[in-house]
Write a protein that binds this ligand. Structure first.
Ligand code: ZN
Length: 436
């Protein structure tokens, strides 16, 4: 960062006192969200703006245009991430406070998941720019590419590239076998220089992400702001249940090894792990495929997945162990073979207490009640948490709906959340500067 004469710029207080009256432009924020929601609008409902697709590219171009109008500088990195900074500084000149989210969606997803955090981050940067606010730790906004992994099935693509944890990235492809490199070139990225998307260790001073809750908690409690204390870790267990396919009419009930019945036992047992035994936060059977899947044949085998989540790594381990135990019990009782293997584990991460305090302070100053709560969904923040302290802000989701066309948040809540982000950026200056 260029040496500046701070005295010449008027009041300098790290943005904590004299800027208490600063507000984001609510109408501008809502207008931009509305415009962005038209990019990838799906005729069948919702928004289909898949990561690294043409639609995400158009959305990134829209953001670049907004930034150019606002006098902000943009750069697309080799992974297709959009980085935005004020013209007064280089984005790579010093440890920065990174603020952002993603603009891709799932198929027929909602208009706010990710997009809200990016538009709000740009709004914060624009307000700081318009008011020429001096900050000890400069702010850089980011729109991470391909967070959802719906087209190129590498979720958190952009944040992993930026944080140096995208191993074997170029091996990724879409379901038709088209390599990610072709998509990357169209996104303005660079397959040859993909590794250069990684920032040097220490260059992210901290990361803040504003996001819709994607669950019903804040709305039910009538609270406008969530202060995220941790993001759940997740373990996916792939389960094969092998019984014996036989005639549905002639095989006596005691002689059967019915894989479907065994699978049903596992589905219900996995639910009880949480509802009766409170071992971990959630357990879900989301995938199940029966063979031969024929009306008058006893099911021979079932492939299924049970995933467990918790913010406490110990509970995650206990949850996995409990599901495995239930599988063994079902195997013994049914005579079926049940094979269980973990196909994915993601770590639970905690947000930084200092950043939680900055978010609470911002909400308090704005007169907004808040709740400290975990995030049950994964976010780019959980990738950044491996290299820098993170903070996350939630706003309510109407009826808790997300990843679906009905995803929505009240306009007032959207504006409140962006103001909390702005004042969290200001309030986090002192603790973040102290870390450097
Ligand atoms: Zn998201």
């Amino acid at each position: 960062m260029a040496k500046r004469n701070l005295q010449a710029r008027g009041p300098v207080d790290g943005g904590t006192r004299s800027h208490s009256g600063l507000r984001i432009d609510g109408a501008r924020l809502l207008g931009r969200l509305d415009e962005l929601s038209k990019i990838g609008a799906d005729p069948a409902g919702g928004i289909t703006r898949l990561g690294l697709s043409d639609q995400e590219n158009v959305a990134m171009a829209y953001l670049r245009d907004l930034c150019a109008e606002a006098g902000l500088k943009t750069e697309t990195d080799p992974a297709g991430n959009l980085l935005v900074h004020r013209p007064r500084t280089r984005r790579d000149a010093a440890p920065v406070l990174l603020v952002g989210s993603h603009v891709d969606t799932v198929v027929q997803g909602g208009w706010l998941d990710g997009a809200y955090g990016v538009i709000a981050a740009l709004e914060v940067l624009q307000v700081l720019h318009e008011h020429d606010v001096d900050l000890p730790v400069e702010v850089v906004a980011v729109a991470f590419a391909n967070e959802e992994g719906a087209l190129i099935q590498t979720p958190f693509w952009g944040s992993r590239a930026l944080c140096g944890s995208l191993e074997d990235g170029l091996a990724a492809e879409d379901r038709t076998g088209r390599p990610v490199s072709e998509y990357l070139v169209q996104a303005g990225g660079s397959p040859e220089h993909l590794a250069d998307a990684a920032w040097t260790p220490g260059s992210i001073a901290a990361y803040l992400e504003l996001h819709i809750e994607q669950g019903p908690t804040l709305e039910r409690l009538g609270l406008p702001i969530g202060v995220v204390d941790g993001i759940v870790g997740r373990t996916i267990l792939d389960i094969d249940v092998v019984g014996e396919a036989q005639h549905a009419g002639t095989t006596p009930m005691p002689d059967r090894r019915d894989a479907m019945v065994a699978a049903a036992g596992i589905v219900l047992a996995a639910e009880r792990v949480v509802t009766e035994h409170a071992v971990c936060a959630t357990a879900t059977t989301g995938y199940l495929e029966a063979h031969p899947n024929v009306t008058n044949t006893i099911t021979g085998n079932v492939r299924m997945s049970v995933e467990v989540r918790d913010t406490d790594p110990a509970n995650l381990v206990r949850g996995e162990a409990a599901v495995r135990e239930e599988c063994s019990r079902v195997a013994a009782a049914s005579g079926c073979d049940v094979d269980v293997r973990a196909s994915m584990r993601s770590q639970a991460v905690s947000t930084a207490p200092e950043l939680r305090d900055a978010i609470r302070g911002a909400a308090d100053a704005l007169g907004l009640p808040h709740l400290t709560m975990p995030s049950g969904a994964g976010h780019d923040a959980q990738i950044v948490a491996l290299v820098a302290p993170i903070g996350m802000i939630f706003v309510p989701s109407k009826r808790g709906i997300s990843h679906a066309p009905g995803e929505d948040t009240a306009p007032d809540d959207l504006v409140h959340g962006a103001n909390v982000l702005l004042h969290s950026v200001l309030g986090a200056q002192a603790p973040v500067a102290a870390w450097l």
